[in-house]
Design a protein around this ligand. Structure first.
Ligand code: HEC
Length: 310
């Protein structure tokens, strides 16, 4: 009889977390299930239901970004300089038309493997405003290595006026400023796997996430574009910025939206955290030091207390 009780209690304990987890999954994955059953999923997501005529705030993004394979991930992560240079080309030729990168100077590009002369040549393609000169006038001159990337718009108002009222965010820190919440229990595993690539994963998902049909009942406002990966709504004011074959890759790398998105996301991660590789190397050496130090402390403690009876 006692054994029977034990068995019942043990079964309950085992089944409970499974039940809780599946309930959690339902709430977390409600966006992703849109494909399987559109009407039900839209109601789950709380998007306006025509019959009931009321709206609850759905959980954005409707779809979670996929985890990509980044060369800079993990404790021994390193930049892929070829990829960063391609990503910079994509930024320069496409994104820079709308997005500024105020905290990055041309000379920082030397970290991507460019020589000083190459950096000067890149900088010289840009014009910056300097001054005032001796007569008190501002003047334009070609940029040099010590200048920062000039912004495409003179002020946020001008940027908003050209983009349907939405200001394209500055790119200096964007890869660190955006991350989709991973939820329990994933964030616990992330502590151990050292997952820190939520920013580039999000940017890649956003850039490759255009072109889907919005689910029924989701209203897309004029001047906005449906993207289920956008973190704060069903649609954003940026139209799909990049298409296949838009940027020329002379090294033969595939010229696809997916590849462009990977490269520009990696470049934005570098812009946001240029010392990532050094940080990881220092962290690793620090861990080794702490482990050796802990062993030494343990041995010292044994030695100091060896004369005392327990
Ligand atoms: C035609 C102008 C334009 C171009 C070109 C453009 N963007 Fe944007 N971008 C915008 C606007 C406007 C927003 C703000 C959208 C909003 O908040 O609704 C934005 C927002 C973003 C965001 C932030 C989304 C968020 O979660 O807030 C990212 C990331 C982004 N763009 C990446 C890119 C990349 C990468 C490129 C180049 C491949 C690019 N954009 C090219 C106009 C542009």
């Amino acid at each position: 009889m006692k054994k029977m009780h034990l068995a019942i209690v043990a079964t309950c304990l085992m089944v409970m977390p499974v039940g809780m987890a599946s309930a959690q999954e339902q709430t977390m994955e409600n966006g992703a299930s849109i494909e399987s059953n559109p009407d039900q999923a839209v109601e789950d997501a709380g998007v306006i239901s025509a019959e009931e005529g009321h709206a609850e705030t759905p959980h954005y993004p409707l779809k979670h970004p996929h985890e990509m394979d980044w060369s800079f991930a993990g404790p021994f992560g390193k930049w892929d300089l070829g990829q960063l240079q391609r990503g910079f080309k994509v930024y320069k030729e496409v994104c820079a038309a709308c997005h500024s990168m105020n905290l990055v100077a041309f000379r920082n590009l030397e970290a991507l493997g460019y020589s000083e002369e190459q950096v000067s040549a890149i900088a010289a393609e840009y014009t910056v405003t300097d001054g005032p000169d001796a007569s008190g006038e501002m003047f334009d001159r070609p940029a040099t290595g010590s200048d920062y990337f000039p912004a495409p718009y003179p002020n946020p108002e001008a940027a908003a006026a050209s983009n349907n009222g939405a200001v394209p965010p500055d790119f200096s820190l964007i890869a660190k400023a955006r991350a989709v919440e991973r939820g329990f229990p994933t964030f616990v595993f992330d502590l151990f796997s050292q997952y820190q690539e939520a920013g580039p994963d999000y940017i890649h998902a956003l850039l490759t996430g255009y072109g889907e049909e919005p689910p029924a009942h989701v209203t897309i406002l004029d001047g906005t574009y449906y993207n289920p990966y956008f973190i704060s709504g069903p649609a954003l004011a940026m139209p799909q910025p990049i298409y296949d074959d838009q940027v020329d890759y002379p090294d033969g790398t595939p010229q696809t939206v997916d590849q462009y998105s990977r490269d520009v996301s990696a470049f934005l991660m570098w812009a946001a955290e240029p010392h990532l590789v050094e940080r990881k190397a220092t962290g690793f050496i620090t861990m080794i030091f702490l482990i050796i130090f802990a062993v030494l402390m343990f041995l010292v403690k044994r030695r100091v207390w060896s004369g005392f009876a327990h």
